[in-house]
Write a protein that binds this ligand. Structure first.
Ligand SMILES: Cc1cc2nc3c(=O)[nH]c(=O)nc-3n(C[C@H](O)[C@H](O)[C@H](O)COP(=O)(O)OP(=O)(O)OC[C@H]3O[C@@H](n4cnc5c(N)ncnc54)[C@H](O)[C@@H]3O)c2cc1C
Length: 399
């Protein structure tokens, strides 16, 4: 049952909306449009109608929980040997802004064994409170005990918003936690803001293959949960000496109850590419025409001390392994310098690199969309330009 209505008097039968419906639910019959039963109220058609004949009035959702009982913004903190992971720090930065808007506290949830030292780092990056759960059962990440511990705290303290990194662990943890506590989850958000009126979290993320930016609200359930990929949000400044409150929460976790054991970690072959942390990335696309031509890209990347990236077209062609892929279904990167060589600039590629500080695009097609996001555009043959850049940079850098 959909809520999209057609004002028949206003409809001119131009058919513009038919093209925009991702589900083929709008059908032109003579000179009038019919809304099919498979319409799901996505609203993608609304802006296409020149006479505003399409009207979507979604009923107010029935609220199933007492929303006012929920407060504070939480960030689930991932960490490694070097301390809190970058993505968790970035989320603390974003979480701080959200908490300030909502006039509530920013809290970090830290689960593990012997991890209390991380509290200071969380405070220095904006947290007011650290909820700490320590247990030998939580020494290595496993879905079940982590979800059990986190859900006990969420049920007890009722956060309004819970943010996690869209990492391998975060994706697993977030989905399982949302299911356990019975709320919604928006994965891979690229924007998080508070509704101008009200307290709902507006969660923006690409949808329909990156062709639209969807804004998702979780109006009936709490907490509102979202994951964000590394490098999407800005790293907040560290304020040393900032203090906060640590709440140590004893949670009774019985190892015998959990079915999984971590036996060892095996490093994946070919996963040495660290695009997320690279300051310089030189990426190659289909314009390279042959896998052996990636050597040109590697030379420039090596000279600049950077990493090699790729478009999905190059990865799908088997020219370079997947860990190098930049974009919506690859990595999101934010280097100081991104050089795109022979990459057209499809929206799905841009989704993973357009927040880079400086973008240099090299493409022989002056109308390639990549030039729209480029700081510097070089129109020409990459096989001439890239080696020249390598030579010049090598000279400048004394290599
Ligand atoms: C759901 C979905 C998810 C996707 N996820 C991603 C993703 O994560 N990352 C991604 O990259 N893509 C992704 N794509 C694919 C994306 O839509 C494009 O198909 C892809 O990015 C194209 O790669 P490309 O720019 O290398 O190739 P093309 O679009 O074929 O562009 C090649 C470019 O090279 C230029 N060129 C050719 N020869 C030369 C030369 N000698 N010198 C200079 N320039 C030259 C051409 O002018 C052209 O602009 C996704 C698509 C979908 C539907």
């Amino acid at each position: 049952m959909h809520n999209l209505r057609l004002n028949e008097e206003a409809c001119t039968g131009c058919g513009a909306c038919v093209e925009t419906c991702p589900f083929g639910a709008l059908i032109l019959e003579g000179d009038i449009v019919r809304v099919g039963e498979n319409c799901n109220d996505c609203g993608a058609c609304l802006s296409s109608c020149p006479t505003e004949a399409l009207i979507l009035e979604r009923p107010e959702p029935t609220v199933s929980v007492d929303l006012s009982a929920y407060k504070d913004v939480w960030v689930v903190v991932e960490y490694g040997r070097a301390g809190i992971s970058h993505v968790a720090l970035e989320l603390l930065g974003k979480g701080r802004q959200l908490a300030d808007t909502l006039k509530c506290r920013l809290c970090a949830l830290i689960l593990g064994d012997g991890v209390s030292r991380l509290s200071e780092e969380a405070f220095a990056h904006g947290a007011d409170v650290v909820y700490l759960v320590e247990s030998p059962v939580l020494r290595k990440y496993r879905t079940d005990p982590y979800v059990e511990a986190a859900s006990v705290l969420v049920r007890k303290y009722k956060p309004e918003i819970v943010l996690l990194g869209a990492t391998t662990t975060g994706r697993d943890f977030a989905g399982a936690l949302a299911t356990e506590i019975g709320t919604g989850l928006t994965a891979d958000c690229t924007g998080l803001e508070i509704e101008p009126e009200g307290r709902n979290l507006v969660q923006t993320r690409p949808a329909f293959g990156g062709n639209i930016m969807a804004q998702i609200l979780c109006r009936r359930h709490r907490p509102q949960m979202a994951t964000v990929r590394p490098k999407v949000m800005e790293l907040p400044e560290r304020v040393d000496g900032k203090k906060g409150e640590v709440i140590t929460e004893p949670v009774d976790l019985d190892e015998e109850k959990f079915l999984t054991r971590v036996l060892e970690f095996v490093k994946e072959e070919g996963s040495t590419v660290n695009l997320a942390d690279a300051n310089v990335i030189v990426s190659g696309g289909r314009g390279l025409a042959d896998p052996k031509h990636f050597a040109v890209i590697e030379e420039l990347a090596k000279t600049l001390g950077g990493a090699v990236g790729a478009s999905r077209a190059a990865v799908d062609a088997g020219w370079i392994p997947y860990p190098h892929q930049v974009g919506q279904t690859g990595k999101t990167v934010r280097p100081k310098l991104y050089i795109a060589c022979g990459i057209s600039g499809a929206i799905q590629h841009l989704a993973g690199m357009q927040t880079s500080d400086i973008i240099v695009a090299i493409n022989k097609d002056p109308d390639a969309p990549i030039f729209k996001v480029a700081t510097y555009g070089i129109v020409g043959d990459l096989f001439k330009i890239v080696p020249l850049l390598t030579e010049k940079f090598a000279k400048r850098l004394g290599k």
